[in-house]
Design a protein around this ligand. Structure first.
Ligand code: ZN
Length: 138
């Protein structure tokens, strides 16, 4: 299935990890970047899939999750960073990415994952001066 990217996003190699999600236009601070899309699955299935090496799963409400590796729009490539330029917000069962500040074309879009299905020991290599050293906030 070809990847259908949300408007204003492109996927290319990231300095943080693997591929990343980059802006191709300006996203003003406080404004929506895109919605996280993917296959809707129960959290139990999400935990089962978490054994995969590449994790593209986002929890909606503690019961259901979205797996962006199936039906994702590019937002599932958004990497974690301890000094992010975007954040996630759940609204009426939808997961939205919003800009924390103005994001310029060419910038990699990042969020602070805070909690993931990764083990708490998983190291963060975001390279930010304030990097806390782990992906999960513990
Ligand atoms: Zn970090």
């Amino acid at each position: 299935m070809p990847l259908k990217l949300a408007p204003g996003l492109s996927i290319r190699k990231s300095l943080i990890q693997g591929k990343g999600c980059f802006a191709t236009k300006t996203f003003p601070g406080g404004r929506k970047i895109a919605e996280y899309t993917g296959e809707r699955i129960p959290d139990q299935e999400a935990r089962r899939r978490a054994r995969r090496a590449k994790l593209r799963i986002c929890d909606i409400d503690g019961r259901f999750s979205l797996d962006g590796s199936r039906g994702g729009n590019g937002t599932h490539y958004i990497n974690h960073c301890c000094e992010p330029n975007a954040y996630m917000k759940t609204l009426h069962g939808h997961i939205l990415f919003l800009a924390l500040r103005d994001i310029s074309p060419g910038e990699e879009i990042t969020v602070d994952y805070e909690q993931t299905l990764h083990p708490d020991t998983k190291r963060c290599r975001c390279g930010a001066p304030t990097c806390r050293g782990t992906i999960n906030k513990i």
